[in-house]
Ligand binder design. Structure first.
Ligand code: COA
Length: 238
């Protein structure tokens, strides 16, 4: 692959072999649209963008240098993923999401469209994030300098239009109702609902884990790809 810093990759390409360029290393069988920028350079960067095998990256997306993404990554249109981010295997980031720098995202995470994730946020394995959700990392912005990202433990399900306040920890298996404003830590296996969110134990109709068959197949609604390999892979928490 032949590219110049901060110029679009001249896709589309689908290639059996690993791709290599000065600013990015992309694994085998990648499908990368036109107008994708991989390895976007910034002052102080030191590493290329690294992306595993079987990536699907849609037009208009930009992924910065110093970011590492696992296998079977799927990315919608106009997604911005900035530097110093580590993303596990089998993650999906839908269109127009913004992931600011310095994040850690586990395996099998699905992020729906129009989600904003600021720096210092940590997202565990098998988490679902509904559309239009906003994470925050500064409690008194412009009035003091503290930055505190949220921590989302594994198997959390976050509904659409939720606001997650700075520094909040959401415990394993919890479910956040649509539209909630979560301003306090949520214990594991809790339903959080309302503004500000009130907590109650998960009701019997909400199981304590997200379904892997919903999170892990790399299925492209508008493409031919139907992937069953997740069934035979060995999943160990990141
Ligand atoms: C919270 C939620 C799980 C409750 O669903 P449920 O268990 O089937 O419960 P119900 O719809 O019967 O609602 C139970 C009560 O909670 C209230 N409620 C439901 N959703 C609510 C919400 N998002 N915020 C505040 N209250 C809510 C209902 O009004 C009802 O109150 P009532 O008992 O006083 O009448 C569901 O409404 C929800 O928000 N799911 C997330 C959907 C989403 O964002 N998906 C994103 C992917 S597309």
């Amino acid at each position: 692959m032949n590219t110049t810093s901060n110029r679009a990759i001249p896709g589309p390409f689908v290639d059996e072999s690993a791709q290599e360029c000065p600013d990015c290393l992309v694994g085998a069988n990648a499908q990368i649209d036109p107008d994708v920028i991989l390895g976007y350079r910034y002052p102080g960067d030191s590493q290329p963008t690294r992306i595993g095998d079987h990536a699907i990256i849609r037009s208009g997306s930009i992924i910065y240098a110093n970011t590492t993404i696992g296998h079977r990554f799927q990315c919608g249109h106009q997604v911005l993923i900035r530097g110093e981010i580590v993303i596990g295997d089998r993650c999906v980031v839908h269109h127009k999401c913004t992931l600011e720098g310095r994040l850690k995202i586990g395996n099998g995470v699905k992020i729906m469209a129009h989600v904003y994730v600021p720096s210092r946020t940590t997202i565990g394995d098998f988490v679902f994030i509904g559309p239009g959700t906003t994470f925050l990392n500064a409690k008194h912005p412009m009035r003091e300098g503290t930055v505190q990202g949220a921590t989302i433990e594994e198997h959390v399900c976050i509904g659409g239009g939720v606001t997650i306040c700075p520094g909040v920890r959401i415990g394993r298996g919890s479910f956040i109702a649509a539209g909630a404003v979560v301003n306090k830590d949520v214990p594991p296996n809790t339903l959080a609902m309302g503004v500000p969110a009130r907590h109650q134990p998960l009701p019997p109709n909400i199981p304590p884990e997200n379904l892997l068959e919903q999170l892990l197949p790399q299925t492209d609604l508008f493409g031919a790809q139907q992937d069953e390999t997740w069934k035979t892979e060995n999943w160990t928490p990141s």
